[in-house]
Ligand binder design. Sequence first.
Ligand SMILES: [Zn+2]
Length: 71
Amino acid sequence: MPQTRTTPATPTSQLPPQTVAITREDLPLFCPRDTAAAWSMHPRVYLPIEEAPDHQYTCPYCGTRYVLKEA
Ligand SMILES: [Zn+2]
């Protein structure tokens, strides 16, 4: 069995996920949002953050972490 000594230089997927604070005025929450940067391009999905027990939701596509702030 050959020895694998692959050392990934810099994994591009190690970037810390961006955290975005939203308010109830931003509901319903979709990702990417209109103001989203180009790196987060993916099919627009609805994130039921108001149903999450801790009012936090991480987008399964781009990893953006949304936190619902009670205004
Ligand atoms: Zn997303």
